[in-house]
Write a new protein. Sequence first.
Length: 306
Amino acid sequence: MTVGETLRAAFFENVNLKLISIGFTLVLYSLVHGAQDAQRTVPVDLVLILPPETANRVLVSSIPPQVRVSLRGPRTTLDELHADDVGNLQVDVRAGQDRHVIFDKSGVHVPAGVAVEQIDPPGIDLQWDDLVTRDVPVQPTVTGTPASGFVVKSAPTSDPTNVRVRGPKGEVAVLQHVRADAFDVTGLTEGTYTRAVAVAGATGHLSYDVRSVTVTTQIARELAEKTFAKIPVVVVGVPKAKTTPADVDVRLSCPPDIVHALRPEQILPRVEEPGATPSGSESKPVFVTMEKCEVHVTPDVVVVRW
């Protein structure tokens, strides 16, 4: 018999019997191999059962979203294991006092024949604080630039002026203000403007009782100041009357184009004519009229002698 005939006989004689033998061999290998113990690590969601709102306790430490659980069991069971088959690891901390918790292996639900060997980390530290409520001032701000020649007259105001903040005592106690979104004044001209703006999002464990406040801001014409010193005071209607002091300082706040063009001789401090025949002396207010300007006179009262 040739070599080729020998090989042909080895492969093709009793083919059915050989196929059956191979099948039994594969099944036996599968059973033996599948029954062998194996190890697998799976991520498991960590869920803390926290105290109710009425307990006024809050967890301020961060916790890992998941833990790693090492499992041991039949290889075939572990290979077919899905996250839904394990679920999550729940830890009851409703007392609000635990400073450290150790994870219980029995809290991990696994199929029959599978054992939990290790949880990593094995436990976590917890930090708690009391929940408190406090009214905190709102800090409104502006952004942008008004139209040319105009400025924001004063700091914006908010309604309400305070926001009620609830959160851990340690965070609430040091909170100085609650910031509101900036009021955009771009292109605005003279007037009073009111707008609802959002309260900046609460951070950490804090919560606010409102989501927005009403902010009011005033836009005025841009002013420049100039002081005119020692301007003589005139007594209207009584030519021979004199004042003490005889002159005053006048400070003007006007639009820049007006104030820069003013000259001292245009400033006229005056005392109005008395209603009766004057005699002796009398304290009288000093008036200065200047259109589109705010006027400040020092001193604003003089003694008039007739």
